[in-house]
Design a protein around this ligand. Structure first.
Ligand SMILES: *Cc1c(COP(=O)(O)O)cnc(C)c1O
Length: 413
């Protein structure tokens, strides 16, 4: 690699060639010094409507003309207030409070702290967290602790806290539900955290809405808080506004980030039920929710998010999601007919397939080779191990999607 001072994320600098240099973005395209690339994974799942969506960019410039960061403890501002109101109106029922931070990981850390705070202030010593096998919730120590353990975090294992793991839900999820019922009945269970319907970084593994509803019912029976990490699945990715909507499930705490600003600028929010808020509401200062990020509720980011939310209110988003889902289904059927691929699966706008290869798992996988192959064909993909997935901006055209899947089908190992 070049002698750049930049240390890239999830990048083995000793093995990878210098990356293309992005110079401009528009719609589903990233222009680079080596030509245009179709952004087939929405720049790591953040871009929803498309790059530089005009309404979102206008909100950023307009707000930047009169506001930049202001401290959010002891001060408030219109973009944050209006966004919070809009989020509460659009979220699953019962989520009445909005706490801002600046990334998916921090929104999950906040959710975990809210859950533990809830139980402490309620006078019940619950501190166990249940998780689903293969999950991903971020790369900080806390979020790694509730995520899958493996090569990605082995070095940090001594610092991670223990959690109760449920098997990944297969079919009707009977085994998962039974395991959760047993653990929840044993007591001390503070919360269940999960990615609703799709385990993203865990390989785009999908499970049925009915299982999610079953887990919610067990939470209800045992008073366990349900934390829905909708950081990837939110804002239409699964074909509905929230993945929880497929199951008619309302969590006690919901995390959103990635698509919150349409992918333009960082922002995150953790939505909480009134009960979780009220557990912290007291004349006793010790019950204060002691958490903040320096850039909490950045006004420019909040304005961008508000413009993103308004797109849902103003345009026929559901029709767009349905059209994209149908486009994905057609192309996935073609890939599924190819014996080199297996386990075709789809949830809304997300389509994934596994390469039928046996070369030693993630680290030795075909992923980097197929990534290079697609790059040569103007397509930016980033397989997860041997899982190839297409998770595009919603504005992607049929021709662009053909180019993406065409590059995948064209791969000869
Ligand atoms: C990406 C992701 C996160 C972490 O978000 P960051 O903004 O990268 O910190 C957390 N949870 C899920 C489900 C994610 O996909």
């Amino acid at each position: 690699m070049s002698n750049s001072a930049v240390w890239h994320p999830f990048t083995q600098h000793a093995l990878e060639p210098a990356p293309p240099r992005a110079t401009a973005t528009h719609g589903a395209v990233i222009e680079t010094d080596r030509g245009p690339l179709i952004d087939a994974i929405s720049s790591w799942w953040v871009v929803t409507h498309g790059h530089r969506t005009p309404e979102i960019m206008a909100a950023i410039t307009d707000t930047a003309a009169h506001l930049d960061q202001v401290i959010f403890a002891g001060l408030t501002h219109a973009p944050a207030e209006e966004l919070a109101e809009a989020l509460v109106a659009m979220a699953p029922p019962g989520l009445t409070r909005v706490f801002y931070s600046d990334s998916g990981s921090t929104s999950v850390e906040v959710a975990l702290k809210m859950a533990l705070g809830f139980w402490r202030h309620s006078g019940q010593p619950r501190h166990r967290i249940a998780v689903i096998e293969g999950s991903y919730h971020g790369d900080t120590i806390g979020t790694m602790s509730v995520g899958e353990r493996g090569v990605f975090n082995a070095a940090y294992e001594p610092l991670m806290f223990s959690v109760d793991q449920l098997p990944f839900p297969v079919g009707d999820g009977a085994e998962t539900l039974a395991a959760f019922e047993r653990l929840a009945a044993a007591g001390r269970m503070a919360a269940l955290i999960l990615e609703p319907l799709v385990l993203g970084a865990g390989g785009m593994r999908m499970y049925r809405p009915k299982v999610l509803a079953g887990l919610r019912a067990i939470c209800d029976r045992h008073g366990v808080l349900l934390i829905a990490d909708e950081v990837m699945t939110g804002w239409g990715r699964t074909g509905r506004l929230w993945a929880c909507d497929h199951a008619g499930v309302a969590p006690d705490i919901l995390c959103t980030s990635k698509g919150l600003t349409g992918g333009a600028i960082p922002l995150a929010a953790t939505l909480a039920s009134e009960a979780v808020f009220q557990a912290h509401f007291s004349s006793d200062r010790a019950r204060t929710f002691y958490h903040s990020s320096s850039y909490t509720a950045n006004p420019i980011a909040c304005a961008a998010a508000l413009a993103q939310v308004r797109l849902w209110q103003a345009s026929p988003m559901q029709a767009r999601l349905d059209t994209l889902a149908a486009m994905q289904a057609e192309r996935l059927a073609e890939v599924a007919a190819d014996p080199r691929f297996e386990n075709p699966r789809q949830c809304g706008t997300i389509a994934a397939v596994d390469l039928r290869v046996d070369d030693g798992g993630y680290l030795a996988g075909a992923g980097p080779r197929i990534r290079a192959h697609c790059l040569d064909r103007g397509v930016f993909l980033r397989p997860l191990g041997n899982t190839v997935y297409v998770l595009p901006p919603y504005c992607i055209t049929a021709a662009q999607l053909d180019q993406v899947w065409g590059a995948v089908l064209d791969w000869r190992g």
